[in-house]
Structures are given as C-alpha cells and as structure tokens.
Design a protein around this ligand. Structure first.
Ligand SMILES: [Zn+2]
Length: 531
C-alpha cells in the first residue's frame, strides 16, 4: 500500500510513502502464566486454530494429581489426536507451542534455537494488507507469511510455481482474429489534470519505457555523522535493485532491460544529517519539497564531474541503512521535475529516505516512473483505502501482480494477449492467469467509449500473488471497470466482481460469465445485454 501523495504543489511533485507506516505488523503477545500452580486457578489453553484435530488433555493421571485444564511440557499425549498445541514449556510462565513426541508420547517443547522477535509467527494476529513477510511457521521454519483477512492471523503462503497451464479448457472458443484490432481498446487518458502519470493511453512524456530500457544511476550519500565504512552503496542496496528488477521483469511477457550504475563510494556530505532539514514525517506535514529537490541538485552538482549521466533516465539517491524518519522523513519519487546534468536531463528521481525504504516501496515507486498512477483512494494520506481495487502493486503489495490493463498500457504484452471486443455478438475467451509465464491471452477489454472500458482477467495464487492462496474470494475471473477520467486520489480501476465457475455479472450493458475454470485459468463468455 504505498501511497503517492499529491501535495499542494500538484504541478511539481509527487511524493510517495510506504504503506508499511500505515499498517504495522503486530508483534507477538505473551500470555502470563500464573506463578503458582493452583488447580482452582483456571489457566487458559489456547487451541491452535490451524490444526483441525481436537486438543487432547492428558488422559490417565495419578489420582492425587488434581485435574488441570492447561497443558505442560511432559504431559502425556496421543499422537493420533494431537500434533502441536499451545502449552507451558518447563520453566516458562508463558505459553508456547508444544508437540506430541511420538516416541515418548509426551509433549515436548519445540522451541527454536534462535527466534528473531521482530518476525511474526504463524497464528499471530495481523491486520489489513501487511504484504508477504518472512516469519515462522509452527515448526519454527522461516517461511513466507501473509495476513489471512478472514481471521486476521498470519498463515504461510503456498508458493505455486509460475508455469504455463498444464491443462486446457474443453469449451469451444471464439476465433481470436475477431479481437485482434486493438485500436478501440487503447482507452485514452481522460484526466487532464494529472500530467505525469496515467490510467490510459498514451504514457506521459518523460516516463521510462522498460522495453527500451531503464538506465538507473544510483548515488550513495552519507553524512559527516553517519559515515559508512567498509561497505559500498551497492553492497548495502543491491538487494533492493534486484527486487525491483525481478518484479518488473516478471510482469512483462516481452523482454525488458535494466542497466544499474552504482557510485563506487559514498558521497560524504560535509555536515551532520540533521543540518539538511530532511527530517519529519510527511504525515505530520513536515515535508518540505524544495528542501528535497535542492538536496538532490546539490548531490548532482557534487558528482557531475565524476559520473557519466549519458542515457540515464532514473536517478536514485540512497542513504545508509538505519536512517530514521526524524532524519530523512520521506521516500520521494519525483516525476515532475528536471534534474540537469552535464550529459542531459533526468526526469525521474527517487530519494530513498525514511525508515521504510523497503523493496515494496521501491517497486511501487518504480511503477510511477513508468507512468502508472496510484489505483487506490489517497484522499486522506494517513488513512488510504483500497477504493474497490484489490490487486496490483499500484494498489497494494499483498497481491502485487500487475493488472492486465497496466501490462497492456506499458507494452508488456504481445498484441495477441489482449482480446478487444469489437462487436455485439457473444464471444468466448480463455484467459490464462495474469501471473503465469505464458504468451497466451491474459485479458479481455470491452471498450465502452474513449475513456471507459470493462476488463476481465484471471487471478490465481501464482508468481507474486502467492498470498492469494489464503484469500480464496479474490481468486477467479476478475471483472473490473476502467474510467480514466477519475482524477488522481481515487482509483480509475474498480472491481465489479470476482467470478468463480458458472457465476456471472452484468455491468455497463454486458454480461460476463465464467463457463469453465481450472488451473489453466478461466474461460469467460461476454455478451451484450439489452434492457
Ligand atoms: Zn504511489
């Protein structure tokens, strides 16, 4: 949920901040165990919700032992009834996971040797779009976790390899030649106010065409009181560049190019970090755009004689890890300025400030430099909302696979991968999952007029959308509308309905029905309806 914030200087700046500020991951909660074991004191026994089997209390107990309704390490267990359960490890006053040992038939503590307390565990409470995070499953193995919205607890995501469909549908399909003329489906940008990004054709001037290639110059900057020793800017940031390249490369069915250029050393600013007045939360109104722009220009002027900026279309200014929001408060993407160098102008800038300069933020902000707009409600920057869209990195990092509309807009698809409805006769289309590595059809566009369309695509838990494996209601054929006139701060794309097999929906005079569904994606029928 990164948010691009459209400030009062609308013509000049787009700021972007990470959603991680808004949706913090809750940490572990500990339940205090009574210090004295008194039978009359009821001690809670937490059942592990993911385990369907009933928690078995110790069956045979010597008669003097009073009954208790909690489980301690060493209690008897039946492996056929219980595998893991919350209980009290020996010597601990807090509950943790115990497992039934099949040799001794007693509960044993399955404490991991080292557990990073900053990482969540399966079953921990979570909320909203916390993205895919690294955490522990019940066996304390490091896995990818996502927040299951139905019970607001972390669950392991099932990674499904991105492969071409293994099977094919049996339903007869319409002739693809009927949909090959894409002209009417190149819905134009209808928002004349927003000039640096768009929901419609064409991509604005200055944005990066990833097919031609992104040439990124990265300048590492440190400060007199934040000096880095022993590690280069690349050493400390390459994982982020890799994440950006991996994500955006995977979104395209045609080859894209990245050219990363790193300064070998940190540019040491002569004064303490706080003297540059870059601190303070954007949400608290502490962001001063001119200070950021001037800082970027100062960095360029100090490096212009040593860096060859020829062909560079994206400048990243990065800082050492551990910078706090009070020091540099805002992760800024600026696509409305001109940064002059001896070799030419650069029109896309990222200044990776704040303590939330993570991969999700970079990937989202990179999308702005390609020309994409935010597809969420950003009216209240501190309380952004999905606004009826649930997919795509420009909406949230949880189901980040790009909408087929964005792929079409960015030139990421072969022409044959979009079906454009050019007539009123009923048609049938096989849509492979949008996240699949496939050159087959990924979307149907039903143009309504020059600025509006209905779009259908297929979503599965594949690729970067593995968190869908815990959000079944968002898997299926997704029918959504595009209205490119909707101005910035609201999403121009909105989900009408996510259809399972044999379900249908009518919107804007068209009925869309799923007539077959499988691991191959969805077969959808499109019909004009008359009232
Ligand atoms: Zn944004």
């Amino acid at each position: 949920m990164s948010l691009t914030v459209w400030g009062i200087m609308k013509k000049y700046v787009v700021f972007a901040l990470s959603f991680t500020l808004l949706f913090p991951v809750t940490s572990f909660s500990a339940i205090k165990k009574p210090a004295t074991k008194v039978a009359a004191v009821k001690k809670p026994v937490a059942k592990k919700s993911a385990v369907k089997k009933v928690v078995a209390l110790p069956s045979a107990k010597p008669s003097p032992t009073p009954a208790k309704d909690w489980i301690d390490e060493g209690d008897s267990c039946d492996i056929a009834v219980t595998n893991t359960v919350k209980g009290y490890p020996k010597g601990l006053q807090t509950m943790d996971w115990l497992k039934c040992d099949d040799k001794t038939k007693k509960y044993i503590y399955i404490a991991p040797p080292k557990l990073d307390p900053t990482k969540p565990k399966q079953g921990d409470n979570c909320k909203g779009y916390s993205g895919i995070v690294e955490g522990y499953n019940h066996n304390f193995e490091l896995v990818s976790l996502a927040c299951n919205p139905t019970n607001s607890t972390f669950a392991p995501v099932v990674t499904i390899p991105t492969k071409p469909p293994l099977t094919t549908p049996s339903v007869a399909l319409s002739d693809s030649n009927m949909f090959a003329n894409l002209d009417k489906c190149k819905i134009i940008d209808g928002d004349s106010q927003t000039t640096n990004m768009t929901a419609g054709f064409p991509i604005p001037y200055g944005r990066i065409d990833l097919i031609k290639g992104a040439k990124v110059q990265i300048i590492g900057v440190d400060f007199a009181d934040k000096a880095v020793t022993g590690k280069s800017p690349k050493d400390l940031n390459q994982n982020l560049a890799d994440a950006v390249e991996k994500f955006w490369t995977a979104q395209s069915s045609v080859p894209v190019k990245f050219d990363w250029n790193w300064t070998p050393d940190w540019l040491r600013m002569p004064n303490p970090i706080n003297s540059y007045s870059l601190g303070g939360s954007f949400f608290a109104g502490k962001f001063n755009p001119d200070t950021y722009f001037n800082f970027a220009r100062e960095v360029i002027s100090k490096t212009d004689s040593t860096i060859n900026f020829s062909g560079v279309n994206f400048l990243f200014i990065v800082f050492p890890p551990g910078i706090k929001s009070e020091e540099i408060g805002t992760f800024m993407v600026h696509t409305q300025g001109t940064y002059s160098t001896q070799e030419g102008n650069i029109l896309n800038l990222i200044m990776a400030g704040g303590d939330y300069a993570n991969a999700d933020t970079y990937i989202h902000e990179f999308g702005h430099a390609l020309g994409l707009t935010d597809t969420r409600d950003t009216v209240d920057v501190g309380n952004q909302k999905s606004d009826g869209m649930f997919y795509d990195i420009m909406n949230n990092p949880r189901y980040p696979e790009l909408l087929v509309w964005h792929r079409f807009l960015l030139g990421f698809l072969e022409n044959s991968q979009i079906h454009c409805i050019n007539s009123n006769e009923p048609t049938t289309h096989w849509l492979v999952p949008v996240a699949s590595e496939s050159k087959q059809v990924k979307g149907v566009v039903i143009p309504l007029n020059s600025t509006e369309a209905i779009i259908v695509e297929s979503r599965r838990a594949m690729g970067f959308d593995t968190a869908l494996s815990v959000s079944d209601n968002l898997m299926g054929a997704v029918v959504y509308t595009l209205d490119s006139k909707i101005p910035y701060h609201r999403t121009p794309v909105k989900v009408v309905q996510v259809l399972k097999n044999s379900e249908s929906v009518v919107t804007n005079g068209f009925r869309v029905t799923v007539v077959e569904s499988g691991d191959f994606g969805d077969v959808v029928k499109v019909e004009k309806v008359t009232n």
